[in-house]
Design a protein around this ligand. Structure first.
Ligand SMILES: Cc1ncc(COP(=O)(O)O)c(C=O)c1O
Length: 410
C-alpha cells in the first residue's frame, strides 16, 4: 500500500489476486519478505538489480536466496542454456552435457569422484541421507539444531504442520561446535549412526551466524572415521561462495559426500550430490530420480556457471566486496550511533543491530527497502560476482540515509 495516498500499489493488487488462488498468496521462504515496504513481485532483473512491478529498482543483496552468483541474466550462462534449449531440453534420453557437467564437478570439487543431479538442494540432502543409510545399514542421523537441509519430513521441526512425530524418530539434534555432544550421541547409539550432516558453518535464521571453532571439523572428521559414520557437508547454501573446491577445503577436512545446489546453475534449476569413490556403489543402489532431473539446459547452464566462476576468480572478487561491505556498513552505522554486528562469511553476511529491539532493526531494513536496497530481516544475505564498486557506494549511501531516517524517527 502506498503510504502517501493510501492507494494500492501494483504489488499489493497482485498480492490480493495471488491470495485468491495460491494458499498464502506468496508461500515458502519468499513469504517472509512481505513487509511494509517490501516489493512482492518482480517485473525484470539484470546483473545485481531487479525491478518490481511498480517500476522501483533495487540493488539485490539476497541474490534470490543464493542462486544468483554471476548476475541475473548472465550472458555466458544464458547463451549456454539457450544453445542446449535449441538442441533439446527434456527428451526421452539424457544428453551428453550431463557427463560434461559431472566431469566439471569431479575436476573442480576436491572430494568429488562422481556426481548425481536433482533440482533443489533438498533433493541432494535427502539423497545423501539415503546413500549413507544404504552404505552403513544404519538408521540414525545426527544433525545440528537449527540447521536447515530442506523441506522433506525428516528435516522439518517437530510438530511442523503436516509432519508426524515418527518422521524425526531417527534424527538426533546436537548443538553447533559442540564436540562433547557429538561424542555423547555416538556413545549412546553404538553402531546406529548412519551419518553426520551439517552445513560448513552455522547459518540459522534470526540468529548470528557462527563459524567453526578451531579444529572443530578435524575432530568431527576423526570421530566419523573411527565410528564408521558417513560425513556429509551440506554446501547447498555456501557452495561456490567460500571455495570452488568445496567449503570444506577452506576448513581443512574431507567429507564423504557434499550436497550442492543454489548457486551452481546461476538460477537454472539444478542441484547435485557429489561423493567419494568408496560410496559410488551405494549411490548407484539408491533409487533416485525425477521427471525433470534430466533437463539438459540447466546442466549446460551449470557447466557454464562453474567454468565462469573459475575464470573470473569469483570467490576472491566476492570476498573483497563482502569485506568492504562489512567495514563500510559498520562504519556508517557507527556514524549514526548504531552498532551493526556482521556475522558469517564475507560472501554471505548476516546483519544485526546490537542493543536495540528487533523492531528497530526491522525499521532499518524497511528504510533501506524504501530507498532501493533489497534486504530481509531474518536471513543471511548473499554477495554475487556482479556486485561492483558502484553498487557498494550506493548501498552505503542508502544504508547511511536509512540510519539517519531511523534516528529521526526514534
Ligand atoms: C543449507 C541448505 N541446505 C538445503 C537447502 C534446501 O535447498 P532447496 O531449498 O533448494 O531445496 C537449503 C535452502 O535454503 C539450505 O540453505
Amino acid at each position: 500500500m502506498s503510504k502517501e495516498n493510501n492507494k494500492l500499489t501494483r504489488s499489493d493488487e497482485l498480492f490480493l489476486k495471488a491470495k485468491a488462488v495460491i494458499p498464502g498468496g506468496i508461500f515458502g521462504h519468499y513469504k517472509y519478505s512481505v513487509g511494509e515496504s517490501a516489493p512482492k513481485f518482480f517485473s525484470k532483473a539484470k546483473d545485481s538489480y531487479f525491478w518490481d512491478v511498480d517500476g522501483n529498482k533495487f540493488i539485490d543483496l539476497m541474490c534470490a536466496y543464493g542462486p544468483m552468483i554471476l548476475g541475473y541474466n548472465n550472458p555466458v550462462v544464458d547463451k549456454a542454456a539457450q544453445q542446449q534449449y535449441d538442441l533439446g531440453n527434456t527428451v526421452s534420453l539424457a544428453s551428453p552435457v550431463m557427463i560434461e557437467l559431472a566431469e566439471t564437478l569431479v575436476d573442480m570439487v576436491a572430494v568429488a569422484d562422481w556426481a548425481l543431479f536433482g533440482k533443489n538442494g533438498g533433493d541432494s540432502t535427502s539423497l545423501a541421507i539415503m546413500v549413507a543409510r544404504a552404505e552403513t545399514g544404519r538408521e540414525k542421523i545426527i544433525k545440528i539444531n537449527d540447521g536447515y537441509h530442506g523441506v522433506a519430513s525428516w528435516m522439518q521441526r517437530n510438530n511442523s504442520p503436516g509432519t508426524i512425530p515418527s518422521d524425526t524418530d531417527e534424527i538426533i539434534d546436537i548443538e553447533w561446535n559442540a564436540i562433547d555432544e557429538l561424542e555423547r550421541a555416538i556413545s549412546e547409539n553404538p553402531n546406529q549412526i548412519a551419518c553426520f550432516i551439517s552445513s560448513p558453518y552455522h547459518h540459522p535464521v534470526l540468529k548470528d551466524n557462527v563459524l567453526p571453532e578451531d579444529q572443530y571439523w578435524q575432530k568431527v572428521e576423526s570421530l566419523c572415521r573411527q565410528n564408521g559414520i558417513v560425513l556429509i557437508v551440506d554446501d547447498v547454501r555456501a557452495g561456490f561462495r567460500i571455495n570452488l573446491a568445496g567449503s570444506n577445503e577452506a576448513y581443512g577436512f574431507k567429507p564423504d559426500l557434499v550436497c550442492l545446489g543454489k548457486a551452481m546453475g546461476n538460477g537454472y534449476p539444478i542441484s547435485a550430490l557429489v561423493g567419494a569413490d568408496h560410496l559410488k556403489k551405494s549411490a548407484e543402489a539408491v533409487y533416485f530420480t525425477g521427471t525433470q532431473f534430466f533437463n539438459a539446459a540447466p546442466m549446460a547452464a551449470a557447466k557454464a556457471t562453474l567454468l565462469e566462476l573459475q575464470k573470473i576468480d569469483a570467490v576472491n572478487k566476492m570476498e573483497e566486496f563482502g569485506n568492504n561491505l562489512k567495514s563500510g556498513l559498520v562504519k556508517v552505522a557507527q556514524e549514526n550511533q548504531f552498532e551493526l554486528v556482521v556475522s558469517g562469511v564475507p560472501t554471505m553476511p548476516y546483519f544485526r543491530l546490537n542493543n536495540v529491539d528487533i523492531k528497530v532493526h526491522n525499521s532499518w531494513i524497511d528504510e533501506c527497502l524504501k530507498r532501493g536496497l533489497y534486504m530481509v530481516n531474518y536471513h543471511n544475505h548473499f554477495i554475487s560476482a556482479t556486485h561492483d564498486k558502484e553498487d557498494l557506494e550506493n548501498i552505503l549511501e542508502i544504508a547511511s540515509d536509512s540510519f539517519s531516517a531511523l534516528s529521526k524517527g526514534l
